[in-house]
Write a protein that binds this ligand. Structure first.
Ligand code: PLP
Length: 430
């Protein structure tokens, strides 16, 4: 095995890809190591007690983060949000199908999701649809990228068994009004699931106030370890709906079999506590980083918000940079750490964000682009398609997502390289 095993974190990077993953904090790493040697929490001998107690404590901490307790809710520990998302969708569909069969109905369960959901949701729904197990309706968004409750309501059918809408998007910096969408869901007695991966480490989510019955989160998005997540369920949903497992076994109330990842769960709990120390100040700093980068770039390039850019009165050829998501005065809807930017500058040939990202990579600056450059590919971002982005926007898009340790100095260095990268695409033509 290579001697560099385990030393895969490069200290000299400017890392602006925190929506992809955050690095585990020292507190979470320490507790992870401590709990690596523990007994099986499900063992019936006394040596299992510390692990059992730890799992209960972790559940209490995570539920309290959402304003509830184990009296009304259950935290199911999973391998991450992908599993949490698939578990809630598949178990709701299965439970509802059973009810339909009992009633002698030939309908199949119907699910409502937004077009902007994470791939783990979209691909799970696609799979179920292709296997003939469900019917799905996808709700589009405004040009800011937010989902409207009234649009969700229009898709409701008598056989709708689940509404799943993410709280904050992972690409475009939007925070949805889940409370209103939840009101619609509950008006029709439909369970409401929200993928809260990107918001969970930034704001406390009051699960009841927001009318959420099931919530997914993932530790590695808030400075915890990779491979651990949670699905928080309202006990009424478990019991009233008759949810069942996808991974079978006796653990976790029979809803998720398998020996619990005690070290990962302990570490997730500590990461959550650590992340929420001075969270308000940290969020203000993230907003500041965001505003600084956008402000400085707007002094260099001709700039527009995407919604304004779409306006017919704007001369598009003049615009060089487009910021996607809500405009800056709609702060309550903006995810504080995220910028989705499209380089629309005329470089003489179609701008290529893949080349641009390679250039930034070569300078040790890490951002994300997804597969947006492949505008015709079905791998291109569904978010960009949902907001009706034209090819020039799709080709130029990059996502910058800050973490709690990023600094203004890093932004200043980044801007220099950013400008060089655009210049390079212009001069490569000559
Ligand atoms: N949902 C959203 C919004 C995400 O951003 C991600 C990860 O990028 C996931 C779900 C999947 O999480 P995990 O990596 O824990 O499976």
């Amino acid at each position: 095995m290579s001697s560099s095993f385990g030393k895969n974190v490069c200290p000299k990077l400017i890392y602006f890809d925190n929506n992809s993953t955050t690095l585990i904090c020292s507190q979470a790493k320490k507790i992870y190591t401590e709990w690596l040697s523990c007994y099986n929490a499900s063992s019936d001998s006394k040596i299992a007690k510390p692990a059992k107690v730890l799992l209960e404590k972790a559940q209490d901490v995570i539920l309290a983060h959402c304003g509830v307790s184990s009296a009304t809710h259950t935290a199911i520990f999973t391998s991450g949000a992908t599993e949490s998302n698939c578990l809630i969708i598949k178990s709701c569909v299965k439970a509802y199908k059973k009810k339909l069969i009992e009633k002698g109905s030939e309908l199949c369960p119907h699910v409502i999701a937004s077009e902007l959901e994470h791939h783990s949701i979209l691909e799970c729904l696609h799979f179920l649809k292709e296997s003939g197990e469900i019917d799905v309706s996808y709700v589009g968004s405004t040009t800011y990228g937010n989902i409207l409750a009234e649009d969700v309501e229009k898709e409701i059918k008598p056989n709708t068994c689940l509404i799943t809408i993410m709280f904050a998007n992972n690409e475009i910096p939007i925070i949805n009004n889940i409370e209103d969408i939840g009101i619609v869901a509950h008006k029709y007695r439909i369970p409401m699931h929200s993928d809260c991966v990107q918001i969970f480490g930034k704001y406390k989510i009051d699960i009841q106030k927001n009318n959420i019955d099931a919530l997914s989160a993932s530790a590695h998005k808030f400075y915890g370890p990779k491979g651990v997540g949670v699905l928080i369920l309202d006990n009424n949903l478990i019991e009233g709906y008759g949810l069942s497992a996808e991974i079978h076994g006796s653990q976790q109330h029979g809803l998720r079999g398998g020996t619990e990842n005690v070290a990962g769960i302990a570490s997730m709990m500590v990461a959550l506590k650590h992340t929420f120390k001075n969270r308000k100040t940290k969020n203000q700093k993230l907003f500041k980083l965001r505003e600084t980068l956008l402000f400085k770039l707007s002094k260099i390039y001709k700039f527009a918000n995407y919604t304004n850019y779409l306006d017919d009165s704007i001369k598009k050829d003049n615009i060089e940079l487009v910021s996607l998501g809500p405009p800056e005065d709609k702060k309550g809807y903006i995810l504080p750490n995220t910028i989705l930017l499209a380089i629309a500058k005329n470089t003489g040939k179609p701008f290529c964000n893949i080349e641009f990202k390679k250039f930034l990579d070569s300078k040790n600056m890490i951002v994300s682009i997804g597969s947006a450059c492949l505008t015709k590919s079905d791998k291109a971002s569904p978010v960009l398609s949902a907001i009706g982005a034209p090819p020039v926007i799709k080709r130029g898009v990059i996502r910058i997502s800050f973490g709690d340790s990023n600094t203004i100095e890093e932004i200043n260095k980044f801007i220099k390289v950013f400008c060089l990268g655009i210049e390079k695409q212009c001069t490569d033509l000559k």
